[in-house]
Design a protein around this ligand. Sequence first.
Ligand code: GAL
Length: 439
Amino acid sequence: MRNRAVATLAMAGVVSVALAACGSTSDNTTGAAPSGGASTSLQTKAGGAGGDVGVFTWWAAGSEKKGLDALEALFKEKYPNDKFVNLAVAGGAGSNAKAKLASDLQNNQPPDSFQGHAGAELADYIDAGQIEPVNDVIQALGGQSAFPKNLLDRLTVDGNIYSVPSNIHRANVVWANTAVLKKAGVNQPPKDIKSWIADMDKIKASGVSTPLSVSGTWTQVQLFENVLIADLGAEKYNGLFDGKTAWDSAEVKAAAADYKKLLSYTNTASDGDDWPVATDMVIDGKAAYNVMGDWAVAEFADKGKKQDQDWTWFPTPGTDGVFDFLADSFTLPKGAKNPGGTKDWLMLIGSAEGQKAFNLAKGSIPARTDVPKTDFPPYQQAAMDAFKSNTIVSSIAHGAAVSLAWNADISTAISKFYSSKDDATLVSDLAAAAKKNLG
Ligand code: GAL
């Protein structure tokens, strides 16, 4: 399978030399290569390489843009010779951006850096020969002494690291409106999907017609992946991606039935709806719950809402103790016009200072382990603890577990199901997608 080398190769050879990692304007850093990697010696120029640095993301609007803005401001300060060029394309989870990126890469018009997801998605770009190793940058940023090994493993293919992670998000979180729960007499987080459904009945009875909010297709894929984790458990869920768990097993069939039931408690979403539409329903008290990645924290903050007073969170029922992982990670594309500027950008986003600024605004947690936990608000502190102690599984909807092609096939099946509500066909479509993509 295409995920073959990702997450299996240990970074045992990374020399833990934490060099100046903060994008300082006076860096002239060198770093040793991870074992088996190409020769890596990072030279950066004080104040930056100069020239335009085009950065491609999907953080184009609202709370997500605030995270990018925080990075841009710091980049300008640390690398005054460089000019940040914002190439963001709107649409959560890269729903529009990924197609534009694919065509730019195909036409040899790469940006200087683009956002990708640690895991299977980045393996796609590596297999296609579209990105360069950045071992030197990772090394200069501190290598294994700065980044967790389980994250570096997910970024490593055949001994090389091809991107610099900016953050880690959790995708199995339910966000809830405190007042709506209180009114319905729902006082504690449900332990599994069945008891969650019972709570939704109470919420309906209290007068809220859509207990659970959803948006367009990728948010439905994410909801379904949450149900899979809850119903299969971490080990069997992981087995879906290496052929050990059949996609038409009894557990997946049960998950499809639970997912169908959950959808009966939701609003009617249109495919183009982006995630804030669903999260805002919780903020506005039109829904009790939304399952969303923890970029939702930034949306609550943006709307002036306070944890506990206005909103609360819990791991999706049945997934407590599991951390559904994804990480945004930035690349050096082959043929980038300004590779020196790209490396300045990568040094900035990988630095402790960059990670603090970005993650405070984004709701995620730093990929680095040396950013003080106490600098973050309670939700993120809890997420940091969970990442350390929980079982980590990879998100389907956000490129960690499956390739771009497999994700597209799963999305087609989920979108079809949204209209048909035929769970037997959903299961057979998913099994066919697995067969096609696992080979
Ligand atoms: C994910 C991405 C997150 C966030 C989210 C919603 O794919 O990793 O950082 O942007 O999409 O757009």
